[in-house]
Design a protein around this ligand. Structure first.
Ligand SMILES: *[C@@H]1O[C@H](CO)[C@@H](O)[C@H](O)[C@H]1NC(C)=O
Ligand SMILES: *[C@@H]1O[C@H](CO)[C@@H](O)[C@H](O)[C@H]1NC(C)=O
Length: 289
């Protein structure tokens, strides 16, 4: 089958490479020419607009930075819906406002096409290794079509419910992650001030009830774990600007549903402050500093 793959070929182009490896034909588009070079070398056909992709493929994957880009790529000039073929299935792996996912799904439906939200977790490393988790929102029969493709690029492909629930799962996970990283930073800082060796404290938390991913796998204190951003001047990993964006989406969703999220709200303010202080491109575990 022919699969269209749009954008996100820069940081997250590996899924397109994995599709090529599994024998799919891929047509690709990205606003940045440099981003399409690796997939072109691997055999993808590079074309000139989202609309051209929709003309050439009925299975379309998009991965874009924010809600505005998704609206532009699907609904704008030379956008996907301009030339989408009936029966097409679009899989959007962007992390965006669930309300935007639902709107794009509705407009796709009017063109007899399907749209599923399928945000990912795992980051660049997991993309290369083909071990991403996809959280997918959409009708079951469309999910089954999408899962056949996503199984080649991810390890866990989970059906979360109707359109928008993939975004909901992603936003809730990342809100918790943002909060827990601040909590671990606070505890590690206090312990160090009290005279504890951070490695000993991390080891104790690791086998005690305070344990979480932020403490045992991605500890924010330099030198505690090898190979994580905190031990590499907070380079690589998941940028503070991206964490701030996801916490903003969580607050938007909380307002839309009248949900109480005092910790998520505080976390957003803390990461926003970090961005102001010039940490926006550093890994979000730099909140420890
Ligand atoms: C998306 O990012 C662009 C910059 O690339 C910015 O101008 C726009 O306001 C952002 N939109 C949303 C909804 O965050
Ligand atoms: C926590 O435990 C895991 C598994 O035993 C180990 O790989 C990791 O290095 C430990 N992390 C810390 C911070 O001690």
């Amino acid at each position: 089958p022919q699969i269209g793959h749009l954008s996100g070929l820069g940081n997250m182009g590996a899924p397109a490479l994995n599709l090529l490896k599994s024998g799919h034909k891929v047509v690709a588009y990205d606003v940045m020419d440099s981003s399409t070079e690796p997939v072109a070398e691997a055999g993808a056909e590079v074309i000139s607009s989202p609309s051209e992709v929709a003309k050439n493929a009925k299975r379309i994957i998009t991965m874009l930075p924010n809600s505005s880009h998704v609206q532009q790529v699907y609904l704008g000039n030379n956008g996907i819906l301009e030339s989408i073929q009936p029966g097409s299935v679009c899989i959007d792996s962007s992390t965006i406002d669930p309300a935007v996912s639902q709107d794009v799904a509705k407009q796709s439906e009017q063109k007899s096409a399907k749209y599923l939200d399928a945000p990912v977790s795992g980051g660049v490393g997991a993309a290369q290794a083909g071990t991403l988790t996809f959280m997918v929102g959409g009708e079951k029969e469309d999910f089954d079509i999408a899962a056949k493709i996503l199984d080649h690029v991810g390890k866990n492909v989970v059906h979360c419910g109707s359109v928008g629930t993939g975004q909901a799962a992603k936003i809730c996970n990342n809100m918790l992650l943002g909060i827990s990283m601040i909590g671990v930073s606070e505890a590690m800082n206090l312990g160090t001030k009290l005279g504890l060796d951070p490695k000993i404290l991390a080891g104790i938390i690791n086998t005690s009830s305070g344990r979480c991913w932020s403490s045992d796998t991605y500890n924010p204190v330099p030198g505690v774990l090898p190979g994580v951003p905190s031990s590499n001047n907070y380079q690589g990993g998941f940028g503070t600007a991206l964490m701030t964006k996801d916490l903003g989406l969580a607050q938007q969703a909380a307002s839309a549903t009248n949900s109480l999220t005092p910790m998520g709200s505080s976390a957003l303010q803390i990461y926003r402050m970090l961005c102001e202080k010039g940490f926006d491109q550093k890994d979000f575990s730099s909140v420890f500093q």
